[in-house]
Design a protein around this ligand. Structure first.
Ligand code: NAD
Length: 501
């Protein structure tokens, strides 16, 4: 296993890209402003990044539009576009160690996971869409003999991709790969907390032969660069992942501008429901830890509401509280570390405020509750567990996006369903039971885009991912379902000359 010393030395020698990539050129922002991207494990700046705003988004959209109009991407054969995405996947693999380290430094992800999860997922995604590119056929409508109705899938044109900081490489790949595969050009605005891998991916995309202007990257802040992309009159679609609040803003931007298509993958408050007849309680309890403490709980699907049938409630509370010792945070560059810091001072304040609220509103703190490793300057929080939670408490209703678990008891299937569905979110849910009928009934009645039975977070590029209710709208990520977000079905009627008006 590579050592912490190796990673520290490699980190010292990294020279990340820090400018905007517009039309295939690395450029300064028009304002000349820069912002620091911070290593959350130390609180120190990694690099100063060019700060894009309205003017830069204008330039990037113009470059993307010019590339779309030039037609040398959309008009390329699907096979050639696919091959370019596959070359990009190979380049990500070849540069995997660098990307792994950039991601760990930028967002505090443990180095042991950033390669095998984040880098690997990005590879899989570009490869999967690259392979699919020349295996899709269009449709012919079932008309009578007088007409031929062709239904062809066309790229929407210029796609704005706005992404979060919790899985920067992976979620950007989910946005970029299907949009590029179908012949769109893209302006990507990564989260201000995590611009580094987005810039490197764009550089690799050029090397892979994706033409200049097809993928542009403008780091910057949400209220400026993000808003400018959402409001832009010449952007045809926005694909967004982030908070529900900002997802709703993109709907407003669309309405206030050119009615661009908006797809949004947003927040979650996943109920993880353990019945007394769970097939393997040891496995279920280890999955609980993973569901809320892995990635420091900064996951839209985090199993932040653990619901436990009353007859096993005390045992589960005790065992989950004890299991937190395995999720104590450490230096993300140490290959032994399983949990890193939260991403920023804002996130640290948010998480600690919710921990205070949990106690104030009457939940019982059974593990954690404090900051950790404060001498590092980093934003570390202990894995924290509250028991005796009422589903109306803030810690059960709001998305905390940190390592804070709320445990709620229940007495019947109906009560479990009522509590689980009593949320504005609907991203995912998990159910642990040996009863097949109960498993199917719960899966059908849980209002969530994904339901796991006797597991947590089984996932893959082959199946659509996205939420119900305020967890998302306008299309799914992953699989061929994702293509609907950046393509239009066009109908062409051809008169075959036998009929008439
Ligand atoms: P965020 O909403 O604060 O930011 C997401 C992106 O939107 C960033 O690029 C940000 O710069 C931009 N943005 C922020 N304010 C904006 C504004 N006023 N106008 C335009 N753009 C703006 O979210 P985050 O804190 O980066 O990420 C955490 C959130 O993402 C959580 O709510 C989480 O559940 C969600 N998320 C959802 C999924 C999913 O697939 N459903 C996956 C990962 C994360």
């Amino acid at each position: 296993m590579t050592t912490i010393e190796h990673w520290q030395a490699t980190a010292d020698s990294l020279r990340p890209r820090t400018d905007l990539l517009i039309g295939g050129e690395w450029v300064e922002s028009r304002s000349g402003k820069r912002f620091a991207t911070i290593n959350p494990a130390t609180g120190s700046a990694i690099a100063d990044i060019a700060e894009g705003d309205d003017d830069d988004i204008d330039r990037a959209v113009a470059a993307a539009r010019a590339a779309a109009d030039a037609g040398d991407w959309a008009a390329t054969s699907p096979r050639d576009r696919g091959q370019a995405l596959i070359r990009l996947a190979r380049l990500i693999e070849d540069n995997g160690e660098e990307l792994q380290l950039l991601e760990t430094l930028d967002v505090g992800k443990p180095i042991r996971y950033s390669r095998r999860v984040d880098v690997q997922q990005a590879i899989t995604t570009y490869e999967w869409y690259g392979e699919a590119a020349d295996k899709l056929y269009d449709d012919i409508a079932p008309t009578g003999p007088d007409a031929l109705g062709l239904i062809t899938r066309e790229p929407v044109g210029v796609v704005g991709a706005v992404t979060p900081w919790n899985f920067p490489l992976m979620i950007s790949a989910w946005k970029l790969a299907p949009a590029l595969m179908t012949g769109n050009t893209v302006v990507h605005k990564p989260a201000e907390q995590s611009p580094l891998t987005a810039l490197r991916i764009a550089e690799l995309a050029l090397e892979a032969g994706i033409p200049p202007g097809v993928l542009n990257v403008v780091p910057g802040f949400g209220e400026t660069a993000g808003r400018a992309l959402g409001m832009h009159e010449d952007v045809d679609a926005v694909t967004f992942t982030g908070s529900t609040e900002v997802g709703k803003l993109f709907l407003e931007y669309s309405g206030a501008s050119n009615m661009k298509r908006v797809s949004a993958e947003t927040g979650g408050k996943t109920p993880n429901i353990i019945f007394a007849d769970a097939p393997d309680l040891d496995f279920a309890i280890s999955a609980v830890g993973f569901s809320i403490f892995w990635n420091t709980g900064e996951m839209c699907i985090a199993g932040s509401r653990l619901m436990v049938e009353r007859s096993i409630y005390d045992e589960v509370v005790e065992r989950v509280a004890a299991s937190t010792s395995g999720w104590m945070p450490g230096d993300p560059l140490d290959p032994a570390t399983k949990a890193g810091p939260v991403v920023s001072t804002e996130q640290l304040e948010r998480v600690t405020r919710y921990i205070e609220l949990g106690s104030e509103q009457g939940a019982t703190l059974v593990a954690g509750g404090n900051r950790a490793l404060t001498d590092t300057g980093g934003y570390f929080v202990e894995p924290t567990v509250f028991a005796d939670v009422d589903n109306q408490m803030a810690i059960a209703q709001d998305e905390i996006f940190g390592p804070v678990l709320a445990i709620i008891p229940f007495d019947s299937d109906e009560e479990a369903l009522a509590i689980a569905n009593d949320t504005r979110f609907g991203l995912s849910a998990a159910v642990w039971t040996q009863n097949l009928g109960r498993a199917h009934t719960m899966a059908a009645r849980l209002r969530a885009g994904t339901v796991w039975i006797n597991n947590f977070d089984t996932s893959g590029i082959v199946a659509p991912f996205g939420g119900y209710k305020e967890s998302g709208l306008g299309g799914k990520d992953n699989s061929l379902y994702a293509l609907d977000k950046s393509t239009n079905p066009k109908t062409t009627w051809i008169n075959l000359g036998r009929g008439g008006f």
